[in-house]
Write a protein that binds this ligand. Structure first.
Ligand SMILES: Nc1nc2c(ncn2[C@@H]2O[C@H](COP(=O)(O)OP(=O)(O)OP(=O)(O)O)[C@@H](O)[C@H]2O)c(=O)[nH]1
Ligand SMILES: [Zn+2]
Length: 219
């Protein structure tokens, strides 16, 4: 039932009917609320299986809090690029590089469900279409608020911008610390992972790539 409802919601994006948008939003919220007790129940089981007394005062509301937190940390599944870019793309006589750097992001590693976080640097070479700057950060947010590996996250952001703006090129560099490598496993506190995706002129033209690297201050 939940799966059917979500499928239907994703298709329902008719912009000429704002009331429909509101109904879709309400429905999305109710789908999310309905799943909360189920996630809460699983967290209760986890606490018990860890040997905790789930009835003790400090833990009484923990399963519910944890369920809400997990829903927030994965809220990107319920958001689409279309929702975010809604009317924020405009024609501008600008065919230069636009860079938004040092965008903080927080994600969850899909292998261990623990956080990885850092900064994203995003650039595109405008081909007359430009986008509201905050929307670049919102695109980063949509994909990072899911279970991810850093390489895939970087690629998804680059592809989304490429499809939405049809620019002459897109560059995305992400640097992150993975808590699964810090708090457990190999326990390397200072290891930083850098991933990059270069599309169009950023890939084909070394001068463009160098300009991007110089402007972000990352060597
Ligand atoms: N490529 C890539 N690997 C990741 C990312 N996040 C976590 N990993 C790695 O996923 C791998 C999972 O390896 P496994 O051997 O299946 O799991 P594990 O036994 O917990 O591995 P260790 O972390 O080495 O203890 C580890 O090497 C992690 O460092 C990511 O974003 N990208
Ligand atoms: Zn991990």
């Amino acid at each position: 039932m939940g799966i059917q409802a979500t499928g239907c919601l994703n298709q329902c994006t008719n912009e000429s009917k704002p009331h429909l948008h509101q109904e879709v939003k309400n429905l999305k919220n109710s789908v999310e609320t309905n799943k909360l007790p189920c996630i809460e129940k699983f967290y209760l089981t986890i606490l018990s299986e860890l040997g905790e007394d789930a009835e003790r005062e400090g833990l009484l509301r923990t399963p519910l809090r944890a369920a809400k937190a997990m829903q927030f940390l994965t809220k990107g599944y319920k958001e689409t690029i279309r929702d975010v870019l809604n009317e924020a793309i405009f024609d501008e006589n600008h065919e230069e590089m636009v860079i938004v750097k040092d965008i903080d992001f927080f994600s969850l590693c899909e292998h261990h469900l623990v956080p990885f976080f850092g900064k994203a640097h995003v650039a595109y070479l405008s081909n007359r279409k430009v986008v509201g700057l905050s929307k670049i950060a919102r695109i980063v947010e949509i994909y990072s608020r899911r279970l991810q590996v850093q390489e895939h996250l970087t690629k998804q952001i680059a592809q989304a911008i490429s499809e939405a703006l049809e620019p002459a090129g897109v560059a995305v560099v992400m640097e992150a610390n993975h808590m699964c490598m810090v708090m457990r496993g190999v326990q390397k506190i200072n290891a930083c992972t850098v991933t990059s995706v270069m599309l169009g002129k950023f890939q084909d033209d070394p001068k463009t790539r160098s300009e991007f690297i110089a402007l972000t201050g990352k060597n």
